[in-house]
Design a protein around this ligand. Structure first.
Ligand code: CA
Length: 506
């Protein structure tokens, strides 16, 4: 192995011998909503490193998921398939590990491959030369590898970032290109910020969405039945970082999360949250004022976790630059789905409504001629695997549902791109700590969205141009007959095209 010599040389470009095949860094956040990305016009925050990636690369402004929940989203980006076809229809089991994935195809073509961070798919990762699954909460995650388990004392976003950079560094010993999936656990519930982020946003009153006090009138009964309301369904210790009360739901788990901190981390935490909790107890808030307080605590903690994600991306890009890799490394930033940041009074995701169905997607190919491109076409997470395969110079299996975005990124796509996307959420859960979102499928075009909440035999239709907040269900209203018929037909066509026989028939 002549590659060892690279260790001694600064600014080595180890991929030179691999010809044109670029390295690929796929950074995948968890629950990072577009509304919390500066480049997507966030009213809440700036994300300087993500925004810079968009300014230098391509931002997809109509990027959607096919099933807005963690495990299924990961299975879809790996396989290029909708959930029913890859088997991972909900957060339980079912993943068909024998399917082709971008990881397996890159690996067999000579790429060095790695997956570091959240996994949530089920079977041990295949197609990766190295993998390390982060388990646990935000503090002190355990990293599980093929060799065993290692308990860490760090903050999860930083642990995952460092492990990723360590692997990239080790990959430079060989001259084959590398592809790494940096699979963050943030900004998933329970939104616990790292010590250096505790005080961010503390002095700001963050803007509320106009639908924070939604009463769900006119929507499917499934909307009102969902247990993800900021007003009612955030738990004191677990979500809101308040001292647990006796017998409180998830109170012990909230305590366990605090106990996973080191002494220094716990001191910093108490110094930040102790006085705030004391002020909250003294204020004795009720009604709308209490909801507003919960929103502020939730959204501040969420954004603090996003800030760590942004810093992580900055660290990765600096590393690439410092090691002479930036000119031949494609960097992709996306999230497994969006998230409700108070819209409709909610946190969490799952619904086909915009905040949850949308997901940020930015691609920077340093070899591209143009910068700061914004793509309008409807793209979806089924496109991720074909895109990575095309960047790696590999053929896309015809069995994959998605299509490569590389031509859109180069503004070369003709008029034949899809004009609608198909969505199907089908997790059923119940109990006080579950979100009880009813299964539903639907179709979204540039202007309209049709949703069938089939357990309730309910339909929803929105004109997204006139009603971007999806507050006025037009289904069954006067004048909506023609567009409804067109969309039902399109929904049926997509269900047949993707051979989705799951869920109730239309
Ligand atoms: Ca997620």
């Amino acid at each position: 192995m002549l590659h060892k010599i690279f260790l001694c040389l600064p600014f080595v470009i180890p991929t030179a011998a691999a010809g044109d095949r670029p390295n690929i860094v796929f950074v995948y956040a968890d629950d990072h909503a577009e509304r919390a990305v500066g480049a997507y016009g966030s009213p809440l925050t700036k994300t300087p490193h993500i925004d810079a990636l968009a300014a230098e690369g391509v931002r997809f402004r109509n990027s959607f998921v096919a099933n807005s929940i963690c495990g299924p989203a990961r299975a879809t980006v790996l396989t290029g398939l909708h959930s029913h076809a890859n088997g991972k229809k909900h957060n339980g089991g079912g993943f068909k590990d024998e399917l082709p994935t971008w990881a397996k195809l890159l690996q067999s073509s000579g790429y060095q491959t790695a997956m570091i961070g959240k996994w949530h798919i089920g079977p041990k990762p295949s197609g990766f030369d190295h993998w390390a699954i982060a388990k646990g909460g935000y503090y002190g995650p355990t990293m599980v590898t093929a060799e065993g388990k290692t308990k860490t004392a760090g903050y999860t976003t930083e642990v995952i970032t460092q492990a990723s950079l360590d692997w990239i560094k080790s990959s430079l010993e060989a001259d084959e290109p590398f592809a790494i999936w940096i699979n963050h656990a943030a900004s998933h519930r329970t939104w616990m910020p790292g010590p250096q982020y505790h005080d961010r946003y503390a002095e700001q009153v963050l803007p509320e969405p106009s639908t924070l006090f939604d009463d769900y009138a006119g929507r499917s009964p499934g909307a009102a039945a969902s247990q993800m309301r900021i007003a009612r369904d955030l738990f004191g210790a677990y979500d809101l970082k308040l001292p647990p009360e006796d017998g409180e739901v998830l109170g012990k788990r909230g305590n366990d999360l605090l106990n996973s901190m080191t002494e220094a981390q716990r001191s910093a935490w108490e110094a930040a949250y102790g006085p705030r909790n004391a002020a909250f107890a003294k204020a004795g808030l009720e009604g709308d004022a209490l909801v507003r307080w919960k929103y502020q605590r939730y959204i501040r903690d969420y954004l603090r976790c996003v800030d760590a994600l942004d810093d992580s991306l900055g660290q990765v890009r600096s590393f690439l630059k410092d090691n002479g890799l930036a000119d031949n490394t494609i960097v992709i930033y996306s999230s497994d789905q969006g998230f409700f940041l108070g819209e409709h009074g909610w946190y969490d995701k799952r619904w086909m409504y915009e905040p949850s169905m949308r997901t940020p997607l930015i691609i920077h190919d340093p070899r591209a001629k143009s910068q700061g491109i914004v793509v309008d076409q409807l793209v979806q997470n089924i496109d991720m695997a074909p895109t990575i395969l095309e960047y790696a110079g590999l053929e896309v299996p015809s069995s994959m549902h998605g299509a490569s975005l590389a031509s859109l990124a180069e503004e070369k796509q003709g008029p034949n791109w899809r004009t609608s996307v198909y969505y199907h959420y089908q997790q059923r859960d119940s109990g006080r700590t579950s979100h009880t979102v009813a299964p539903h499928y639907g179709v979204r075009t540039k202007q309209h969205k049709l949703i069938h909440v089939y357990d309730f035999d309910a339909w929803e239709l929105y004109d997204l141009e006139g009603d971007p907040d999806e507050m006025h269900n037009l289904f069954g209203t006067e004048g909506a007959g023609e567009i409804t018929a067109t969309l039902v037909q399109e929904l049926q066509r997509l269900r047949e095209k993707f051979q989705d026989g799951t869920g109730k028939a239309i």
